[in-house]
Write a protein that binds this ligand. Sequence first.
Ligand code: PMV
Length: 351
Amino acid sequence: METLLKSKENVQTIWRCPSNIAIVKYWGKKGRQIPCNTSLSMTLSNSYTQVAVELSEKKSEEQIQLSYFFDDKLNPSFGNRVQQFLKENQSFFPFSKDKAITIRSFNSFPHSAGIASSASSFGAISLALLDLTYSLNGNTLTEEFYQKASNLARLGSGSASRSLFPGYALWGENSFVANSSDEYAIKVEEIHPVFQEMQDAIIIVEDAPKKVSSSVGHQLMENHPFAEARFQQANANVLQLLDILKRGDMDAFIHICESEALTLHAMMMTSSDYYLLMKPQTIAVIEKIIAYRKESKIPLCFTLDAGPNVHLLYPKSFEKQVKNFIENDLAESYKQVIYDEIGEGPKKHTI
Ligand code: PMV
């Protein structure tokens, strides 16, 4: 190991990992980041985190010696979360016992955009650290590497487990889906061409940090009156969606996608400590999307993450019309639009 660490290419690695948008939502967890239901997401392309991880001689007695930079500045708040994550999962990167770790991270999307960066960040950090473990042991990056990295990413942020795969990914054990697991996500293989070129225009209606974190939201599902029904519904929706993605049934996709978005927010509104993350502009945008779909017959639809911003999904063939719709009909409702699309998954950079 010592010899390998002396050679520059083995002590640094750079990875990019995209964000993802869930179509069937993960909301509610148990034990060590085990989801209460199966979820299914689309991996994005332009919204990603890039991390460079470098190892150097450890100079302190700390269990983990980490310097975490975000946009070239030391960032103690996220750095502390990453440090905790590294401590809890040290067995994945044994080199951390005698090496100091420096992580330099940046996001391709603006900080104020209200896009959750934990999926792309934990995805990229997990890939980079595991890559170092593999290369120090002389192992190559096989399919098993991505499975293990997805498992590790999940321990940092559940939704991060799904960001490691191109196209569509599924996370959470489902007895009807071969190879599905609570511990890592898997790639969804059979996708009709119409769903292979989906676009996601992220309509930023508000960019302030959200009032209630996702971890509090997950906790509130623990004694939620509708929890069991919700988990069953999500598992059934995943099975239907797998079939829809295979057959290319756009109308059925739209129905599940929008219903899932509203159900996620309904869970927030009906938990014991109820709260609302949608804003008046969120509703305005949603209503305009539905009205425009009816009038134009263009198959566009909305989904929401745990926040007020709207993800507008549509096939690439309607790009022009949808852009016109956003710029004309939605102009008064948003601060910014980020045009993204289905992506190819993470990438390692050659140094
Ligand atoms: O990964 P977490 O713990 O931040 O949870 C995120 C959950 C949602 O983004 C709201 C839904 C999902 O499945 O991505």
